[in-house]
Design a protein around this ligand. Structure first.
Ligand SMILES: [Zn+2]
Ligand SMILES: [Zn+2]
Ligand SMILES: [Zn+2]
Length: 197
């Protein structure tokens, strides 16, 4: 059977206690945008505000406020959301057929990255804001396993160089990796991201 990388590693998250307002939409809970992607410990939360950056190909949170707004792009300057769909990221747990836990939001670069490798060789990856990514303040996100489907876009991959999630189908190539060169999908499973029209 195929193995989805990054590999599963046991971990204990520091659970975020902060609660934010929720509103029901289509049977799922949607976080009201409060300027940062901190979320509740509800078992399954779907969060708006995520975008694709056409400069680096990365997934990032575009709704942070203040100095954090639009983060730090490995291609230089801030991420941009021009041309992006409206993506959703979810919290949840491991499900071998549907979802992989262990993903986090980086409060330094606003990127979406795999944080369970912190107990393995991959570490916390390379952050374009300097040093490694940080999951401080992040919810416990999942990455969807799969490809294109209803309101779901495939082609997303994990970069084993920087730990980030990036879009691999762009005609411009595999983007810009904060670890140097382009992102790598050599060890990645096939991920998908939900979107709204
Ligand atoms: Zn970027
Ligand atoms: Zn980062
Ligand atoms: Zn990378």
């Amino acid at each position: 059977m195929s193995v989805y990388k990054p590999l599963m590693v046991n971990e204990s998250f520091s659970h975020l206690q902060r609660r934010t307002a929720l509103k029901a939409m289509g049977g799922v809970s949607v976080i009201a945008l409060l300027g940062f992607p901190q979320i509740t410990m509800a078992s399954e939360v779907t969060q708006q505000g995520w975008r694709w950056c056409s400069k680096c190909q990365g997934m990032f949170y575009a709704a942070s406020s203040g100095a954090m707004h639009m983060g730090v792009c490995p291609a230089g300057g801030n991420h941009i959301q021009t041309g992006s769909g409206h993506y959703l990221e979810q919290t949840g747990i491991d499900d071998p057929k549907k979802s992989q836990a262990g993903w986090s939001w980086c409060n330094k670069c606003q990127g979406f990255f795999y944080s369970r490798a912190s107990q393995g060789a991959g570490g916390m990856g390379h952050c374009p804001a300097g040093g490694t990514h940080s999951k401080d303040g992040s919810g416990n996100y999942i990455a969807l396993i799969g490809e294109d489907g209803p309101r779901q876009q495939g082609g997303w991959r994990w970069c084993d160089k920087c730990m980030g999630m990036f879009y691999s189908r762009a005609s411009a190539g595999k983007g810009v990796c904060p670890a140097g060169g382009a992102h790598s999908d050599a060890a990645s499973g096939h991920y998908a991201t939900l979107f709204t029209p």
